[in-house]
Structures are given as structure tokens and as C-alpha cells.
Write a protein that binds this ligand. Structure first.
Ligand code: NDP
Length: 296
């Protein structure tokens, strides 16, 4: 069997197109332009690349982009004051504080100071609780993008056996909650899981979010299963610096029914879902019906 390759780049483009359509309607019919504020503290090179890319894509779909770049030694009080200002700004519908923050800043405190309805990353404790209890929330972008791809491929996920490898707050746990919400039977595996191979072999859906290059070989995959590879790992191969996932793509693609590549799978969906969350937040803030197909 050769797996269908799930093209995350094309899928993300279709999500952005939907977002842009909603933005146009909001502008024309309601006179509202959704706005996303991104706060970057310090000069972490990877974070700078992400923030630039987020700003560019925000403008491309017709939304307002507000970038706030603060020095690495910014005090917690100053950062909290900026978040408060953005919380109260009616032109700002989504707020994202780029992580990681410099060590002297308390990430939990800062994230939980964002108004939950503007928390487009979905990391605020209120959104975590709402998602966990099956209520309307802002959903973390990477798991939301993964869910969209799974729904698109399968239609209904009801009754499928899903394994999520990784239990982080930003990927593993919310992913498991979303799959449970779609009535999968969910197993969460982690570094202490006994016989991971056996656990993975039983799954119709495998979501790998570990951060270990190619740790899931093809012979762990149940024939025909759908594999969502969230991992992004930089390795040296044949003298070149390359990106690989947590799944060994070369062997897994011969067994799986469908698989996301790295790069070009889950990665592009993350920013697309950030834009989707911002439109959703804008609609909710203005008492308008939510865009279909862009939320969990
Ligand atoms: P974390 O490091 O926060 O979590 C990794 C998880 O993997 C932990 O729960 C850990 O278990 C588990 N784990 C580690 N080793 C093993 C093992 N040998 N067997 C089974 N489980 C193991 O990572 P993140 O969730 O933040 O990210 C995971 C990956 O996804 C990374 O490669 C990251 O770069 C990528 N990522 C990609 C995004 C995208 O846009 N595509 C966005 C976010 C992340 P334990 O809890 O027991 O330690």
C-alpha cells in the first residue's frame, strides 16, 4: 500500500481562502476588520521568523496586524500592561504572545492575563477548561489544524481508535481532547508508556507529537491507518541540514492509508488556524454567527 499524502500546504491555503472570504464579508456587511496583535519579547531567531510569517499572512487575508516588539529585558509589569492595553482595544480581536518568553518572565502568568476570548493560541487556563469540558473555547492552533485534516480525510471520526504520542499542553493534551470530542477512543502515550509499538499498532489514527526524529517506524503502523506527524526535527543527513518528523516517513508511507509529510504537513496549518481563530474571535466579540468549518 502507498499512503495518500495529505498536503498541508494546499489545505492551509484553502483555510486561508475561507478566512479571507469571511474577512471580506465582515468588512462589507458589518464594517469590521478583524485584528491580530502579536507580542514578541526579545530576539530569538526562530520566534522572529514565526512572527514575521504570522504578520505577513494576517495582512494577506485582509486582517489588521499589530506587532509589538519588546526588548529582551522588558519587565513583567510592562508586558502585563501591554497585554491589558490589548485586552481593552476594540480593534484587537486576537492576542498572541510568542513563546518561549525570556526566563525572567512567568509564561503562565502572562498567558493567563490575556482576555480568554482574545486568546487565539488557546493556552489560557479558561480555554483549557472549556475544551476539556466540551464547551465552546479557543482551540490551540496545531491540534485544530490536525483535526481539520483528519475530518477532511475521514468525514466522521466516530468510534475510531486514536493514539496521541506526547502529552504536552500545547499539542498532545488538546489533541486528545479534540479527538475525544469527535468520539474517537483515545489513548495518550508518553515517555513512560510501556510497549509503545504495541499501543500504536492498534490505532486507526496516530498523532505523533514528541520531538524525536523518525522514532515511529513503519512497522508500528496498522495497515491503512492515518498518520498525522506533528514533529519538526532538524537533523544532518548526507551532509545536509534537513527537517524530519517524528515518524519515519519512508517506511510509514508504505503501510499507512494516509500520512502528513514533514515539511508541508501539519506545519503550514498552524498559522492558518491562528488566522481562523482570529476570525472566530472577531465574530464572537461582535455577536455574529461563527464561520463554518474553521472551529472545532
Ligand atoms: P514537548 O517536548 O512539550 O512534549 C513532548 C512529549 O513527547 C512529552 O509528552 C514526552 O513525554 C513525549 N515523549 C518524549 N520522548 C518520548 C518517547 N521516547 N516515547 C513516547 N513519548 C515521548 O513537545 P511539544 O508537544 O511542544 O512538541 C512536539 C513536537 O511537535 C516537536 O517536534 C515540536 O517541534 C513539534 N511542534 C510542531 C508544531 C507545528 O506547527 N507543526 C507546533 C508545536 C510543536 P513525557 O511527558 O513523559 O516527558
Amino acid at each position: 500500500m502507498t499512503a495518500q499524502i495529505i498536503d498541508g500546504k494546499a489545505f492551509a491555503a484553502s483555510v486561508r481562502e475561507k478566512v479571507a472570504g469571511h474577512v471580506t464579508r465582515l468588512k462589507e456587511e458589518n464594517g469590521i476588520t478583524p485584528g491580530l496583535a502579536v507580542v514578541l519579547v526579545g530576539e530569538d531567531p526562530a520566534s522572529q521568523v514565526y512572527v514575521r510569517s504570522k504578520g505577513k499572512q494576517t495582512v494577506e487575508v485582509g486582517m489588521n496586524s499589530f506587532e509589538h516588539k519588546l526588548d529582551a529585558d522588558t519587565s513583567e509589569a510592562d508586558l502585563l500592561a501591554l497585554v491589558e492595553q490589548l485586552n481593552n482595544d476594540p480593534e484587537v480581536h486576537g492576542i498572541l504572545v510568542q513563546l518561549p518568553l525570556p526566563k525572567h518572565l512567568n509564561e503562565d502568568l502572562v498567558i493567563n492575563s490575556i482576555a480568554p476570548e482574545k486568546d487565539v493560541d488557546g493556552f489560557h487556563i479558561s480555554n483549557v477548561g472549556l475544551l476539556g469540558t466540551g464547551q465552546k473555547s479557543m482551540v490551540p492552533c496545531t491540534p485544530l489544524g490536525s483535526l481539520m485534516m483528519l475530518r477532511d480525510h475521514h468525514g466522521s471520526l466516530s468510534g475510531l481508535d486514536a493514539v496521541v504520542i506526547g502529552r504536552s499542553n500545547i499539542v498532545g493534551k488538546p489533541m486528545a481532547q479534540l479527538l475525544l470530542g469527535d468520539s474517537c477512543t483515545v489513548t495518550i502515550a508518553h515517555s513512560r508508556t510501556k510497549d509503545l509499538a504495541d499501543v500504536v499498532r492498534r490505532a486507526d489514527i496516530v498523532v505523533a507529537a514528541v520531538g524525536r526524529p523518525e522514532m515511529v517506524p513503519g512497522d508500528w503502523i496498522k495497515p491503512g491507518a492515518t498518520v498525522i506527524d506533528v514533529g519538526i526535527n532538524r537533523i544532518e543527513r548526507d551532509g545536509k541540514n534537513v527537517l524530519v518528523g517524528d515518524v519515519d516517513f519512508a517506511s510509514a508511507k508504505d503501510v499507512a492509508g494516509a500520512i502528513t509529510p514533514v515539511p508541508g504537513g501539519v506545519g503550514p496549518m498552524t498559522i492558518a488556524c491562528l488566522l481562523a481563530n482570529t476570525v472566530t474571535a472577531c465574530c464572537r466579540a461582535n455577536g455574529l454567527s461563527e464561520p463554518e468549518g474553521l472551529t472545532a
